[in-house]
Design a protein around this ligand. Structure first.
Ligand code: V47
Ligand code: SF4
Length: 392
């Protein structure tokens, strides 16, 4: 592929496809692009063109800063009443002996294993187990907060929350208030998949729909909580389904301003009911990140989830609109390794994450869940980080 080097915004506009020139002008003038323009970027935008535009937006918002955080995951169970076709992780309730179910004590033991370690966040997401209800999870939230009040709890997707609230016969607003008061600080982005019913009914027909997902995030935002959003891309959806998905998020963000981060999740096809669907190429992945950065003008952050993409590809995304590469993770998540992600035992130390960011000439900054900056690592060497138990 012939590389195109753009020295200025004018040059980029002049050399662009005629249909894309007005879009590039809009981006450089900080104007919002339309639904049709979003689709055109996917259809006609070359990788260097999209990368240059997305990097312009990224640098305008964040300069060279590339964030990471220090977190760990708890997956309470992989037993699930739903049957999403892309899921390699869950075991149906009828076959629950093949899965795992953690008790509150076991999950608290995981939290305790991080005592004295400088993690700032626990990320809790799992399958939807009929016996793990709102009462069970509020008890878990309270137990974690009682043990470590400063630990930010980012937990539960609308898929889990919708099931809990319906079972407890409480409204979304009431359920979110109960969970928030018990210690839930923010929501991760999962369960969004593809919102449009044409695709959603084919890949995850039985779980919460788009309106239900958005309703729960809106209720969280109204309580002052921040949340993330994802999109599972690169399977049977068309470009316009991706734009439709991002359009719904952009509209809610205009209303509430409660989203922090958008995380495109690349579909992986190992050991699931969609194994016949080929995976997207790295070129397609990078275009996805770039167009997301351009379309979601009101989302502050764009995150690449490195355990899913692999380290080298995560480095590439940093040139295509991404300003966050998630966290240290610590080998505590299985949802991707079971679906065939690059990283079978995802775990990276702070020193490794910092190196990964420095290798692509960006500025590594540790953040907390709400993007308060904790430390700039630009001037700390690998050895200095490894030698300091508070940093690694
Ligand atoms: O909703 C499941 C995805 C998501 C596959 O908010 C798959 O910081 C690809 O949302 N191929 C859950 N993806 C995880 C999630 C997440 C991850 C990291 C950070 C954050 C955050 C959120 O995992 C599910 C689904 O879209 N998933 N199976 C698969 N075969
Ligand atoms: Fe259950 Fe989530 Fe897997 Fe769907 S993706 S089957 S809701 S664990």
């Amino acid at each position: 592929m012939k590389a195109t080097v753009y020295n200025s915004s004018d040059m980029l506009i002049q050399t662009a496809d005629k249909n894309l020139q007005p879009i590039a002008k809009k981006i450089f003038a900080n104007q919002r692009i339309s639904f049709e323009e979003g689709v055109q970027l996917f259809e006609k935008g070359s990788l260097p063109f999209l990368g240059a535009l997305a990097n312009f937006v990224r640098e305008q918002k964040h300069g060279d800063k590339t964030y990471f955080n220090r977190n760990f995951h708890i997956e309470p169970t992989n037993v699930c009443v739903f049957s999403c076709k892309f899921c390699a992780y869950s075991r149906l309730y009828a076959h629950r002996e093949e899965g795992w179910e953690l008790s509150i004590e076991q999950m608290l033991d995981i939290v305790k294993s991080y005592d004295g370690k400088p993690v700032t966040e626990v990320h809790i997401v799992g399958g939807v187990h009929p016996k793990m209800d709102l009462q069970f999870f509020t008890a878990l939230l309270k137990a974690i907060k009682a043990h470590r009040p400063d630990l930010h709890i980012k937990a539960f997707t609308p898929v889990e929350l919708d099931y809990m609230f319906r079972k407890a016969k409480v409204s979304v607003e009431e359920g979110m208030r109960i969970a928030h008061e018990a210690g839930l600080d923010s929501l991760p982005g999962g369960g969004a998949e593809i919102f449009h019913p044409e695709i959603r009914t084919q890949i995850c027909a039985d779980k919460v729909d788009a309106d239900g997902w958005l309703h729960i995030h809106k209720a969280a935002h109204q309580l002052g909580m921040h949340t993330n959003a994802t999109m599972l891309y690169g399977h049977i959806e068309k470009y316009w389904h991706r734009i439709d998905h991002m359009e719904r998020l952009r509209q809610l963000q205009d209303e509430t301003g409660g989203f922090n981060t958008f995380i495109p999740l690349k579909f992986r096809n190992k050991d699931n009911d969609m194994s016949h669907v080929p995976e997207s190429t790295i070129v397609e992945d990078l275009k996805m990140y770039a167009v997301a950065r351009l379309y979601l003008d009101n989302f502050p952050h764009m995150k690449a989830y490195w355990p899913m993409l692999g380290r080298k590809n995560a480095q590439l995304t940093i040139q295509f609109g991404v300003n966050d590469i998630d966290g240290t993770i610590d080998d505590s998540t299985k949802i991707y390794s079971m679906a065939g992600s690059e990283e079978q035992n995802p775990s990276m130390s702070t020193a490794d994450l910092v190196t990964l960011i420095k290798q692509v000439n960006r500025q590594p900054v540790e953040r907390d869940t709400l993007y308060h900056e904790i430390r700039d690592y630009s001037n700390l060497s690998y050895d200095a980080i490894v030698a300091n138990p508070l940093l690694n």
